[in-house]
Design a protein around this ligand. Sequence first.
Ligand SMILES: Nc1ncnc2c1ncn2[C@@H]1O[C@H](COP(=O)(O)OP(=O)(O)O)[C@@H](O)[C@H]1O
Ligand SMILES: [Mg+2]
Length: 275
Amino acid sequence: MSEHHKPQDVSDDADPVLVQGLVARYGSQTVLDGVDFAAPRGLITVILGGSGCGKSTLLRHALGLMEPEAGTVRLLGCDLFSLNDDELRSVRSRIGVLFQSGALFSSLTVGENVALVIREQSQLPEPVVRQMVRMKLALVGLENAVTKYPEELSGGMRKRAALARAMAMDPEVLMCDEPSAGLDPIVAAGLDELLLDLKAQFGMTIVVVTHELESVRKIADRVVMLEAGRVLASGTIDEVRDSREQVVRDFFSRTPRAAAGRGASLWTASRGGAQ
Ligand SMILES: Nc1ncnc2c1ncn2[C@@H]1O[C@H](COP(=O)(O)OP(=O)(O)O)[C@@H](O)[C@H]1O
Ligand SMILES: [Mg+2]
């Protein structure tokens, strides 16, 4: 590889995820129209916004799965669209992703699901792979589920197993798209604890899409609110709470009690939008 084509690792203080002026379209529909987004190292950044506003699309661009119409995407210091396939794969191997549809392979046990990722991305000997699988599952409290099939697990356990899989290769950045969707509030709270643990123990940089006010209050170091293809507000919760946008203030001024439970999530409550 020539020096010229080496992915550049920038200085330590650069944001691991940095999106600038992102324009995204599906056909003639412009979904994101000049979005700036940064996920600072070692912090949890939460993306908020109504259903269909482009949150998943933003993540897909941040991962290099979609090419921007305009704007730049830097992941771990690399401009994703100047990389060749090998370089892109190498950057992606340092990222863990929990997709919205985060399905495990149903024909494989939980342990095999996690092992698959490790075997794909490394040449580690089998005993080491098995040891890593046990470690990752222990981290999410599923040490006893190694030989279970996904259908034998509850929804919350399946989410945790998918999280273990996303973390199989010790990613520097973890991106989770609505990790607690479909989970009851107690299980969802457990997932929040897990994300906080990952941040505290490994200094992981985490990006989470969520609708839940309780969750946002608990885990978010920074929030970015999207609406109509643009960033409505961004900053710490305290900064965003004082936004001049009424919809932003409304969201953060709701009391914890009123916001408890899934029925009161952000946009369902304030806008009547469907999920
Ligand atoms: N693969 C696709 N093809 C065409 N339109 C899409 C596709 N994925 C999403 N969209 C549209 O783009 C908009 C944003 O979608 P998405 O990023 O999934 O929103 P969110 O994750 O915030 O709910 C929606 O209007 C959706 O219908
Ligand atoms: Mg989505």
